[in-house]
Every structure is written in C-alpha cells, then in structure tokens.
Write a protein that binds this ligand. Sequence first.
Ligand code: ADP
Length: 266
Amino acid sequence: MEMHSARQLQQLPFYAPQGEECRLFEQAHASRLPLLIKGPTGCGKTRLVEHMAARLGRPLITVSCHDDLSAADLVGRHLIQGGDTRWCDGPLTRAVREGAICYLDEVVEARKDTTVVLHPLADDRRQLAIERTGELLQAAPGFMLVISYNPGYQNLLKGLKPSTRQRFVALGLDYPAPDIERAIVASESGCTDEVAAQLVRLAQALRRLTEQDLEETASTRLLVMAARLHVAGLALLPACRAAIVDALTDEADTGAALHEVLRAVI
Ligand code: ADP
C-alpha cells in the first residue's frame, strides 16, 4: 500500500522513479531479501536508497566502500581507551542490531575479506558472526542489506563474485528518461524548465560521444550541479564547462570535443 501522510511526504528525500524500482525495493524489504543496485555513477542509486529508507521508516547506515575497507571496518574492533579495551560496533553491526538499512556504496571496491561477513547476512540465515567477541547476531526484522555497483569497464575485472551476486535481488538503473531527468534537474536546482531542457539535451549529446571513450559521462548529478551554479548567478555556458565538461576529462583532445558539443547545444 502506498499511503503516506502529507507530513511524511514532505520529509521524504525527493526521488523521481524511472520505473517500478520503488515497488521492487519495498517488496525485497518485506521479503527480507538483499538488493543489488547496478548503474552508472550519479544516476540516482543513493537517492533511491535514502528515499526508500525514509518511506519504510528504517534508519539508514551508508558506507562508501574503498579499496582499503576491510571486514573489521564493517563489523567493528576493540578500541583502547584509558588503558581499557572496549568493543566498538562497526556500521554493519549497528545496522544488524537496530534493524536498519545498510547501504554499501560501490561494494566491489572493498577488500575481499568483506564477502565472508556479507554472505551469511545476505542469505536465509541473516546472521553476522563477530569473530573477535564470539557473538553470533541474528539480524533484527527491519534489517536490509543493499549494495551498489557501477558496471563500468574498470569494474569488469573486479566484478562481483557469482556466489555474492546470486544472493541478491538485482535492480538495474540507468540515467532517467529525458522528461524525468528534466523534472529532476529543475526540482533539485530550482532552475527553469527551459534550462533543465537545455541541460538534458546537452547530456544526451555528451553521452552519445563519451560512452565509448570515457569511464564516466554526463550524469544526472553533474547536470544538477551545473543547474545550481547557474541558479546562483553563473551564465549557463561557464556553469556547464565547470560542472560537466572539465569535470569529466583532463585529456586535451577529449576536452576539445566535449567543448564543441557544449557550444553547439548551449
Ligand atoms: P549515485 O548514487 O547513482 O551515484 P545519486 O543518487 O547520488 O547517484 O544521485 C546524484 C544526484 O542526482 C542526487 O543527489 C540528486 O540530486 C540527483 N538525482 C539523480 N536521480 C534522481 C532521481 N531519480 N530523483 C531525484 N534526484 C535524482
């Protein structure tokens, strides 16, 4: 049932759906299934999770994964305080105890030892073993594990192990359709509909050009940033140059090609 009070709706982080992803998220949560969200950087993965956590009334604990992130960073560690050692829960352990939604952003970046703790949490057991303290935690009812990854070419090698992927319900997101993306850019920046339309046209031209050459392309996030600079008083062309084109590449030839597209569209 999608019923929310006016007050609740006001407090929800704004999310414009691309399709049925909110329903899928809700059903995965109700079925106690973990979720894998795939999609390029800046396409709305984090915002979807923030929106759904608020809608489901669950606390959200987000971890941005990096190549040094270990299982201990997620689970916790003993800290020495004034001569005493004290156990300190990591973010994953807190989420398991509190029944929160735990969102591991860019999970393929994390060290391989993290899979050992994620697997028993992601299947029917919903358990977290804290080796250091000997505790075996059963996840509280509202707990949900959500991971995201960007299947860009750099990640093809790293990938997610099949044994990990198969534990998750998968949801693929892409950049939103033009009419939805226009509404997002306008609503997130306060720019006019015309400016939003221009920015989305620019993004489409840049995406056609950059999809093969660049790992990252003009994302919804970058459009929102350009629109905000413009709303703050910068002309649209320099705003797009700073927030989109120069943000995407350091390479002179590619930069020149992107600038050309920029001048043709804006
Ligand atoms: P990702 O996690 O995929 O890298 P984010 O969720 O952080 O991307 O999205 C980047 C920004 O783009 C958000 O802060 C928001 O301003 C905007 N955005 C993207 N998609 C949406 C959407 N569907 N609804 C509302 N805002 C969105």
